[in-house]
Design a protein around this ligand. Structure first.
Ligand code: FAD
Length: 819
């Protein structure tokens, strides 16, 4: 049997080597156009970055070594120019000598790979615009770097573009990365790519997302890249990594069938429509495992397996290649990200129903150094829970979880099967409940109806008529919260149920979804209509991105420009002490709480260096500093650890530090109000004014007296130990904001319905908002006494005071109302 192989890298060499192992007598010739065979093209970016110092390490085999070990006839620098199917022969050109000859075959394996795309843009052929596919490309880039290139533009934010951006930064170049879609790593869903984008920015890669390159021109010895938005990027070289296209030249000319996605069409045996010709690797179309449709997935693993299967079948076996699931992974400095199976975008495009969950478990036990929460997304079928796809992005243990999920998908497992996987555990490697098990628990809860989820994309359009309930601590809420949310920390929820309306959906959230799940179970069992935010604010912020989240008062993440301004070099000398605080491994809200406690013990001018493994701490810590008037001197990333250096500003209010209920507000304008009326419309008007004033920067104090106090009553039984008269009085008066009546027309129920329809907050909602925004609610002690009301019959968060308290507050006010 005489076998010819066209292409001597992943698929081609796998086919040739496998055929030799099965058939010692076959004559096997491999043609490779380039000067090298079986080289490690996946390692090319890392030699450019310096990680793989020795170029020879990339050259895994030579024609001589392949001849010696496998008796293969490997001809490099030799291009196959044409296939004559009728004569079963190929025309070959020796590139150096220019000599051509023909070679006959019994079986031919076509493995020409895929060529980098070169969009037809003006200036695209400039010699300093490079692609990276093989050793020669790598050498060309190395040469430009050695000649002193200082800045590079990378076009394309896929795997190779991101790897090149990282490695060029490692070489000390300034790097701009341009990506046409508005995310890096298009195989991931947008919100999952977000942590990688932040991390690239952290490392100084300047991202231009959602914008395409338009033209390249030479300018004063440099290369100018013009973007479609008019921006100009100056650089010394451009790396073009805008995708690849199957090399079909030979296949087309030979009349081989081409599939709908533009790859060589093969059957499950990797055989083309010619029974003597097989094809494998990046040039062929395969079936997508989850979507069950033809696809192009240019990856090394599938290429090697397909080549091996082609080699087996050439030797008379009947081995089958079923499908590709696109499992892929990328290193982005200290982070790792990857996916397997379908992503949400592709499921939507294919019209396939799915459920999804987000979670943020730690890579390994939080108490063992080096751990950090990861971002995990799992997609599965709504009915039986069959796994469809997964994405994982984080620091430690990402590859392991991705591979477990890839195996589960390949095995056709269902999401509940993940619960029972028995995975390796010791503190340095994982948790007794592995992140994959956790995904199983959450997915199963969802399918069983033990959990109902809401998602970041529902905000704000689909959340307007609901109550957004933040169950994190007051400090976390103050630092940043979803606009419009009220805060009842989880540990205070049972005592504040009367603040939550019954007829409205309550959308609970916390940082990662665990506290909100507990709140969900609590509220659900008490009859509330409730859902919990999948993935918490971590996923929410990834989805909405800095500055895009509508109405976000304080961006949760610093912009690149801000981060640059915070470069450690800019830090002035430290006038006070420097204290270190290690919060590594702590789950939210641990780091921010410890930060506040520690800061309270410091003097103005002292500095605190706080380390945390929670990636969200960068945003939380920065926002916390802004909020409390401290200076964020620097931020840096050391592996999975975030390190913030914070200089203490003015003295913190003890209450603000311990409970973080509100920042010190010295010098603010102040409004005071006496709320005397207990009429729904009048109390509503009072809170509309209060909430408006506080949002415009005023302090607001509301003094509730006589009938007005009824707005602040809890529902439920009256306090024990009251006199009969007080009890009768208590029964006759409205019990709380939800029970107040209108001053006119007596159509309170209708009014509430109209308010809901017109998306006006309910009175309980407004009271909660006012409290969360720092409006001080003072209840007249004398009126309480007269009306027989006890403190425990009123909602939490009130102060009890006399007329002197009110007059004291009003003394410095610029407006006082009597309602
Ligand atoms: P190729 O490896 O491209 O080999 C095809 C060969 O055929 C070429 O050498 C070409 O010269 C030769 N050829 C073509 N036509 C002819 C002809 N007419 N005559 C003679 N020879 C011919 N994948 C991953 O899964 N993980 C990674 O981390 C990863 N990193 C990568 C990094 C880089 C920089 C690159 C370029 C690719 C990376 N890939 C990665 C993709 C992976 O390398 C490819 O999927 C895989 O190499 C495809 O194998 P192939 O044999 O189909 O094609």
């Amino acid at each position: 049997m005489k076998m010819l192989v066209i292409g001597g890298v992943a698929a081609g060499m796998s086919a040739a080597a496998r055929a030799r192992r099965l058939d010692e007598t076959a004559s096997i010739i491999v043609f490779e156009r380039g000067d090298f065979v079986s080289f490690a093209n996946c390692g090319l970016p890392y030699h450019i970055g310096g990680k793989i110092a020795d170029r020879d390490q990339l050259l895994l085999q030579t024609p001589q070594s392949l001849a010696a070990t496998l008796n293969l006839d490997v001809r490099t620098g030799t291009e196959v120019e044409a296939i004559d199917r009728a004569a079963r022969q190929v025309r070959v050109r020796e590139l150096a000598a220019g000599k051509t000859y023909t070679e006959t075959y019994d079986k031919l394996v076509l493995a020409p790979g895929a060529a980098p795309l070169r969009p037809p843009l003006p200036g695209i052929d400039h010699p300093r615009i490079c692609v990276l596919r093989n050793i020669a490309d790598m050498d060309r880039i190395q040469k430009l770097l050695e000649e002193g290139a200082k800045a590079a533009v990378v076009i394309g934010g896929g795997y190779i573009g991101v790897e090149m951006a990282e490695n060029l930064r490692e070489r000390g170049l300034a790097v701009d990365l341009v990506e046409m879609v508005d995310q890096v790593m298009p195989p991931l869903d947008r919100e999952m790519a977000r942590p990688l984008e932040n991390h690239l920015r952290w490392h100084g890669v300047n991202l231009h997302l959602g914008v395409a390159a338009a033209a390249f021109t030479e300018s004063e010895g440099r290369l100018r890249t013009e973007l479609v938005n008019g921006q100009m990027l100056m650089a010394d070289l451009v790396i073009l990594s805008a995708g690849v296209k199957p090399d079909l030249r030979l296949a087309r000319a030979a009349g081989l069938a081409i599939g709908p996605r533009g790859g060589i069409q093969v059957d499950q045996h990797m055989r083309t429509n010619d029974p003597h010709i097989y094809a494998a690797g990046d040039a062929v179309e395969v079936t997508d495992l989850a979507l069950c449709c033809p696809t192009l997935l240019p990856l090394a693993g599938p290429a090697n397996r397909q080549g091996r299967i082609a080699g087996e079948n050439v030797c008379g076996r009947h081995t089958v290649y079923t499908a590709t699931q696109g499992t892929a992974i990328v290193k982005v400095f200290e982070m790792t990200g990857g996916g397997t199976g379908a992503n949400e975008k592709s499921l939507q495009r294919a019209g396939i129903n799915y459920r999804k969950i987000y979670l943020h478990p730690s890579g390994h036990a939080g108490y063992y150094p080096g751990s950090a929460p990861m971002n995990m997304k799992v997609l599965f079928a709504p009915g039986d829970g069959k796994l469809l796809g997964a994405q994982v992005v984080g620091y430690d243990g990402v590859d392991k979880r991705l591979d477990v999920l890839a195996t589960a998908i390949r095995a056709g497992l269902q999401v509940h099967d993940l619960e029972s996987l028995e995975l390796a555990y010791a503190p340095p490697y994982g948790s007794a409940k592995d992140p994959v098990n956790m995904a199983g628990f959450i997915g199963t809860n969802l399918l069983h109806g033990d959990l109902e989820l809401w998602y970041p994309e529902e905000y704000p359009d689909q959340t307007r008529n609901a109550v957004l309930l933040d169950v994190r601590s007051a400090m976390e809420y103050d630092t940043w919260h979803i606009p419009g949310a009220v805060n009842i920390p989880l540990d205070k929820l049972r005592g504040n149920l009367d603040r939550l309306p019954r007829g409205q959906t309550i959308l609970v959230y916390c940082k990662v979804g665990f506290r909100s799940y507990l709140a969900y179970r609590l509220l659900k069992q008490r009859g509330y209509d409730v859902k919990t935010l999948s993935g918490g604010t971590m996923t929410f912020c990834n989805y909405h991105r800095t500055g895009i989240c509508p109405g976000t008062p304080e961006p949760p993440l610093l912009s690149y420009a801000e981060e640059r301004q915070l470069a450690p070099a800019a830090a002035p000398p430290v006038p006070g002490r420097v204290v270190e605080l290690n919060c590594a491994g702590m789950q939210c809200p641990g780091p921010i709480r410890r930060l506040a406690e520690t800061m309270q013990g410091l003097q103005t001018g002292d500095e605190l260096i706080v380390s945390a493994s929670d990636p969200g701490f960068t945003a939380d810590g920065a926002a916390w500093c802004r909020h409390f008037g401290h200076t964020l001197v620097s931020q840096e990333q050391a592996g999975p650890l975030v390190r913030l250096r914070i200089r203490k500003g003015g003295p913190m209010q003890p209450a603000a530090a311990a409970n973080s209920d509100k920042p010190a507000g010295a010098g603010k304008p102040r409004k005071t109000m006496v709320v005397f009326s207990g009429d729904l419309d009048k109390v509503l008007a009072a809170f509309v004014i209060a909430n408006g004033a506080v949002s415009m920067g005023s302090e607001v104090v509301m003094f509730f007296t006589f009938w007005g106090i009824n707005a602040l009553r809890r529902s439920g039984p009256q306090a024990p130990g009251k006199t009969l008269l007080d009890r009768i009085f208590g029964w006759m008066m409205p019990q709380g904001a939800a029970a107040l009546r209108l001053s006119q027309m007596h159509m309170g129920a209708l009014m509430r319905r109209v308010m809901r329809a017109k998306q006006v907050d309910s009175l309980p909602g407004m009271i909660a908002q006012a409290q969360a925004a720092g409006v001080k609610l003072v209840v007249c002690s004398m009126s309480m006494d007269v009306m027989g009301l006890k403190r425990e019959e009123l909602i939490d968060g009130l102060e009890i005071g006399g007329v002197a308290a009110f007059l004291g507050e009003s003394a410095g006010a610029d407006m006082t109302l009597f309602i």
